[in-house]
Design a protein around this ligand. Structure first.
Ligand code: SIN
Length: 533
């Protein structure tokens, strides 16, 4: 079987570039991998936008790691496993919690802005953590502080070639190995074959499959889709995390209001003014995200409302301004005073727990291809990610990828550079009748109404059918970013819907109203997908 490249044939001969390592994506996972790999190897970091246009950059909460005397990796392990609702891979979680503290301390050497009081790190509480363990920088600006520090570290070394506005369309494969990626320069329209002995996917998540998400518009699941097309295994796709407190508004991406605010004592209220989480979970508003979201959906249905209320008015206003400057100022710009009024909030698509399956060294099932960060499925999150474990995962597993490079690269002495790749021409006809923008909108509507927070067999079957029809209506993409993204979104959305249909139970972030119970006998296992042949 010929492998399905998405790229249509190009009129001109593509440019060729050669590297030891290419890293695709510029969030914490990509930057960490690039900085580490560049100590020894010739590296390119490729971003389809500008470096800072990532989910990492938007992260408010912080990084979870057992750094205090009251904490331990064992406690962090137990919290992560409990939140993951029976599907975490324990060896991966052990690595996350054991190696995490050292990685965070290393990060602090290049990013001095982590918040301290009297020299000690300030540790925040977030949902389902039994002790305060979240380190943060600039109050609620952790992601931008960390991303800026890592970017500076990368730019100080001369070995990383940074390619912005360069969209990776597909991975290149030969003889069962990944040997790089083909990209399109979005400014010049030039296609390039980027040959590399190792390719690291760090492309982030796929929140754009839903109408409302906290993810930036670039989060279109490109890495998951291209890895799948190249023959790698993807899995746990049914587990999409909704965050309890997106600012209720008509425009996606929704502004996230960090869980750390509830960690400082903010309440969730229904329209009758009741703290509805009290009695639902021992940690009330700080229960695991899946538990809080499930109850929020119930409350909104019972009250026939589209949002609930986040109340911080009983907290000290000076503290709110100092600890949450981003949240405070952004809300003020949007007409809400956090100190004095209740804020309308709604659960919103936030994070993909599934993705490209990796082993404990970030290796995917396709030799030569590694994955780290949200695009990867290392197994640490199970069916429901523990808050602030995601930046940590990027740090820990990108570091392990860097440590594995020697082994892989030396086993591949004859690099891929002598190979020539035959890219196939268009394989799909269609008239693009509805246009790309309306195609994306339609996909988001299908996913939101049928594959959202609560799912059922009828809706999921409808979604799979509708997504198939949408795919069938498209022509092969040419040189337009949105066209490629739409194909990737459809690939990812279809696998979310198919996995959700298969999993006839409710667990973590996957809730079925026709199968409301958790079924450990039949479903304490993972659903993987791999291209036939
Ligand atoms: C938050 O700040 O609430 C988000 C943190 C996370 O998603 O881990």
């Amino acid at each position: 079987m010929t492998r399905p490249y998405l790229l249509a044939s190009t009129d001109s001969e593509p440019v060729k570039r050669f590297y030891d390592v290419i890293v695709i994506g510029s969030g914490i996972a990509g930057l960490t991998a690039a900085v580490g790999a560049a100590r020894k190897w010739k590296v390119a970091l490729i971003s389809k936008s500008v470096l800072r246009d990532t989910t990492t950059f938007l992260a408010q909460g912080g990084i979870a790691a057992a750094l205090s005397d009251q904490d331990s990796p064992q406690l962090h392990f137990e919290d992560t496993i409990r939140a993951g609702a029976g599907l975490c891979k324990e060896e991966a979680v052990r690595i996350l919690v054991n190696e995490g503290p050292a990685r965070v301390r290393e990060l602090m050497e290049i990013c001095p802005k982590f918040d301290r009081a009297g020299g000690d790190l300030v540790l925040a509480s977030e949902g389902a953590h039994t002790v305060p363990r979240i380190v943060h920088a600039g109050g609620d600006a952790t992601g931008s502080e960390v991303a800026s520090a890592l970017t500076e570290a990368m730019q100080q070394g001369s070995r990383v070639q940074v390619l912005e506005h360069e969209f990776v369309i597909d991975l290149l494969t030969n003889g069962g190995h990944c040997i790089g990626a083909v990209s399109l320069n979005l400014k010049t329209g030039v296609f390039t074959l980027n040959y590399a002995t190792v390719t690291v996917l760090a492309t982030g998540g796929c929140g754009q499959v839903y109408t409302m998400t906290t993810n930036p518009v670039v989060a279109t699941g490109d890495g998951m889709a291209m890895a799948f097309r190249a023959g790698a295994t993807i899995g746990d796709m049914e587990f999409v995390q909704f965050h309890p407190t997106g600012l209720y508004s008509g425009n996606s991406p929704l502004f996230l209001i960090t869980e750390a605010l509830r960690g400082e004592g903010a309440y969730l209220l229904n329209h009758a003014g009741e703290r509805f989480m009290v009695g639902v979970h021992p940690q009330a508003e700080l229960g695991p995200r899946d538990v809080v979201v499930k109850e929020m959906v119930r409350q909104m249905q019972a009250e026939n409302q589209e949002y609930l209320l986040l109340d911080a008015t009983h907290l000290d206003c000076g503290m709110l301004k100092e600890r949450f400057p981003t949240v405070h100022d952004t809300l003020l710009n949007r007409g809400y005073n956090l100190c004095h009024e209740r804020i309308p909030v709604t659960p919103v698509c936030h994070y993909m727990m599934g993705g490209v399956v990796t082993d404990l060294w970030g290796r995917t099932t396709l030799p030569g291809l590694y994955a780290s960060g949200e695009v990867a499925n290392t197994g640490v999150h199970g069916a429901n990610r523990l808050a602030s474990n995601s930046l940590l995962e990027g740090l820990v597993f990108s570091d392990r990828i860097v440590r594995d490079l020697d082994r892989y690269i030396s086993s591949r002495e004859e690099s891929a550079r002598r190979l020539s790749i035959l890219l196939p021409g268009p394989s799909r006809q269609g008239n693009q009748a509805d246009g790309v923008a309306s195609g994306r909108k339609k996909l988001q509507q299908i996913m939101t109404s049928d594959v959202g927070m609560v799912r059922s067999e009828d809706g999921l079957m409808n979604a799979v059918r509708e997504l198939g029809l949408l795919l069938g209506s498209l022509r092969a993409p040419r040189a337009d970013l949105e066209e490629y993204e739409l194909f990737n979104l459809i690939t990812v959305a279809t696998h979310i819907a198919k996995a959700a249909l298969l999993r006839e139970e409710s667990r973590g972030a996957h809730q079925r109203d026709d199968h409301p119970e958790t079924d450990d006998i039949n479903w304490k296992r993972h659903i993987d997908f791999r291209l036939k042949g």
